[in-house]
Design a protein around this ligand. Structure first.
Ligand code: FE2
Length: 289
């Protein structure tokens, strides 16, 4: 079985990273963030989560149909909002435990609204990296802190992120920071090498103010036979193409799998008004310098 191309942060040639990225659709930059930076992200996320109330939050499901008319979700593009795991609630509607043990993710504008997340998001190494991978004018369009909590962290079916972050032409790049070790046991990502060179297979779009639907563009099912697990130690950065198909299993382990993700697009590409994620006039995209 092939494995992910890995580079040591600070010791790679951008052209080598770009070659692997264009060949496989994903690369790992080990040691991109220091242990201190990971600890800071984790503690800031914890502080934010303590402020999350179950009343304002909704169950986040990876099955789009379950939140397609969910106003809370669809208005979160320029806010910091909290989304719980499907199994986070007991029968009486109360939370199973502390928010950190029950949340699926926090999103989607941490990078522009929170100083700690802003610092890592606008790390001066990311702009040149995105530029070297083909984005002439890179900007961060969304950020998420993903928790995949022990025992109840749900699986994520195989998908392409450009389905949700759609531009013309395609320019979406995912930056996935492992805040904690991601392993096969706690639900690391799997990728299908080279499949990003194929077409976008689904497109998710708004059909009304609070409704969306997913349109099938190519009905072929993904062949998961060649999927490669991409384990990542805390501090590693996984960089992947918007059309790179990926998925992750449920977390049945005792260890959480926290990650911080950014999606970058090229401002020179068209960003349609029917993309689910929209930012208000007070929050224009900032250059990823
Ligand atoms: Fe994804």
């Amino acid at each position: 079985m092939s494995s992910a191309a890995r580079f040591e942060a600070g010791r790679y040639e951008l052209s080598d990273v770009a070659e692997a990225f264009h060949r496989d659709g994903f690369v790992v930059l080990d040691g991109f963030c220091s242990p201190e930076a990971c600890a800071e992200l984790r503690s800031e996320a914890r502080r934010l989560m303590q402020a999350a109330s179950p009343e304002e939050a909704t169950v986040f499901s990876t099955d789009a149909s379950e939140h397609q008319s969910d106003r809370y979700f669809l208005e979160s593009g320029d806010k910091i909002r909290f989304f719980f795991e499907r199994d986070a609630f007991l029968e009486d509607g109360s939370l199973r435990g502390e928010p950190e043990a029950c949340l699926n993710k926090v999103g989607h504008a941490l990078h522009d609204l929170n100083p700690v997340f802003q610092r890592i998001s606008y790390d001066p190494r990311l702009g040149p990296l995105a530029h070297g991978l083909g984005n002439a004018s890179p900007s961060i369009v969304q950020s998420m802190y993903i928790l995949k909590p022990p025992r109840i962290g749900g699986e994520v079916h195989c998908h392409q992120d450009s389905t949700y972050i759609y531009t013309e032409p395609d320019s979406c790049i995912g930056f996935w920071f492992a805040v904690e070790d991601a392993t096969v046991e706690n639900g690391c990502m799997y990728f299908l090498p080279g499949e990003h060179r194929g077409p976008l297979r689904e497109r998710h779009r708004r059909t009304g103010t609070y409704t969306t639907q997913t349109e099938t563009l190519d009905p072929r099912p993904w062949d998961l036979e060649g999927a490669v697990p991409v384990e990542a130690r805390a501090g590693s950065l996984v960089v992947f193409h918007g059309r790179a198909p990926h998925f992750s299993g449920p977390n049945r382990s005792e260890h959480s799998r926290h990650a911080y993700t950014l999606h970058v697009i090229d401002r020179e590409c068209h960003y349609p008004a029917e993309n689910w994620l929209q930012r208000g006039p007070d929050m224009p995209l900032r250059p990823l310098a």
